[in-house]
Design a protein around this ligand. Structure first.
Ligand code: FES
Ligand SMILES: [Fe+2]
Length: 402
């Protein structure tokens, strides 16, 4: 048999303009950068360290000065485009590993170790990004910086120390990178038709969609479902006191959350990396657990210990099942994207429509604002130029070429 019959050519999935159905469209979409995105867990970046984070194919150097403050710059040195994330943090500055060009936290080049007899470094800057820290996460605004202060982070008062003295709820943070498009992950966490996948842990069971409503950029849904009925989890969840037969979910673009009886909640923050890669930051939070077999609430320190064990034995393994499933879906889509999509849950369609509309709206506004868009181009001042068009005369002199 000829080799090409054994390995038939697989065409890559279409881009947004070539897509002929909603599923193809959504799998080609990015996410509107004019929102705050969780890009890293605070605990993963110690003071004096720099890491690379990626928002929709854009590499960004996220670094932390010695005082613990976070800063973010485009991840390329203006000199020869070496990634600054392999460089070194010094005070509030970031130094390129290759020739030591030094940038302050606004992206301005402030020092070159060897200026070849120049008194000043060329006037060069790279793009910086607004950054803030909340809920144990570092948030970055990849879009128009002028919009950053208008756009708010989701409010999660339950997990913050309140001035009223109410203790924050018990939390579990889970963060992983998944080889799948962000819309597959949003579909997965909001669509309770996949109880079969979790038949071992039973975080939910026998789901039925009771309500579905899209309001603006948010898709709200309520499922009738038996929540927390696993062998272990059912012993800690107070089914007598709480309504664990219903769960509210929302795709609150670009985030996602759930709420069971106002006592068991989660937020999911996705970081779209490219068409086939997404990082996910989950925060699960619980108001209380009960003592197994007794209608008594667990004391807070005990609950913390229980959550640690629950994370290891249930939450993370359960999310691994989802990760394996959506990664398999991505593989399937790469191979069979042209087959007719079959969908039984109308919520999936609603969410996909929001994702596509938001991405199209962003692309349209981008093309309208092209002339004023914030480009991460190096701005070279004529007087200090060192580009190929204006060769550095000092360098030529030193090299003996003039
Ligand atoms: S490449 Fe960064 S200093 Fe030369
Ligand atoms: Fe799941």
């Amino acid at each position: 048999m000829p080799v090409d019959e054994l390995t038939p050519e697989v065409k890559a999935p279409p881009g947004l303009d070539e897509a002929t159905n909603l599923r193809q469209q959504v799998r080609a979409c990015g996410m509107d950068p004019n929102y705050w995105y969780a890009v890293e867990e605070v605990r993963n970046v110690k003071p004096g360290k720099v890491v690379e984070v990626v928002f929709w194919k854009r590499s960004i150097a996220l670094y932390r000065s010695d005082d613990g403050t976070f800063h973010a710059l485009d991840n390329r040195c203006a000199h020869r485009q070496v990634k600054l994330s392999i460089g070194e943090v010094s005070g509030c500055d970031l130094i390129c590993e290759y020739h030591g060009w030094r940038y302050d936290n606004s992206g301005q080049l402030v020092h070159i170790p060897d200026t070849f007899a120049r008194s000043e470094p060329p006037r060069v800057s790279i793009r910086s990004y607004p950054v803030q820290v909340r809920y144990g996460l570092v948030w970055l605004f990849p879009g128009d910086p002028e919009l950053a202060s208008e756009r708010k982070l989701p409010e999660i008062p339950e997990i913050e120390e309140s001035s009223g003295g109410e203790k924050p709820w018990g939390t579990v943070h889970v963060d992983f990178t998944c080889s799948a498009h962000h819309s597959m992950i949003i579909d997965n966490v909001s669509d309770f038709s996949h109880a079969f996948l979790h038949r071992r842990y039973k975080p939910f069971d026998k789901a039925d969609l009771l309500q579905l409503e899209t309001r603006g950029d948010n898709v709200h849904m309520t499922y009738e479902s038996r929540v927390g009925r696993g062998r272990i989890s059912s012993r800690f969840v107070d089914h007598g006191r709480l309504d664990t037969d219903h769960i509210d979910l929302c795709y609150e673009y670009p985030y996602q959350w759930s709420n069971t009886s106002d006592e068991i909640k989660h937020w999911l923050f996705v970081l779209p990396i490219d068409e086939q890669t997404t990082r996910t930051f989950f925060i699960f939070y619980f108001k209380s657990f009960k003592v197994p077999s007794l209608p008594i609430r667990l004391p807070r320190p005990v609950m913390k210990a229980v959550l640690k064990i629950a994370d290891r034995t249930m939450i993370t393994p359960l999310l691994s099942q989802d990760r394996i499933a959506v990664e398999a879906e991505q593989e399937g889509y790469n191979r069979y994207w042209d087959l007719r999509p079959l969908e039984v849950n109308p919520a999936v369609r609603e969410m996909q429509q929001v994702t596509v509309r938001k991405w199209r709206e962003f692309l349209e506004s981008e093309s309208q604002n092209k002339s004023t868009a914030h480009e991460s181009r190096v701005s070279v001042n004529g007087a200090g130029a060192t580009d190929d068009a204006q060769p550095d005369r000092q360098a030529i002199h030193v090299n003996g070429a003039s």
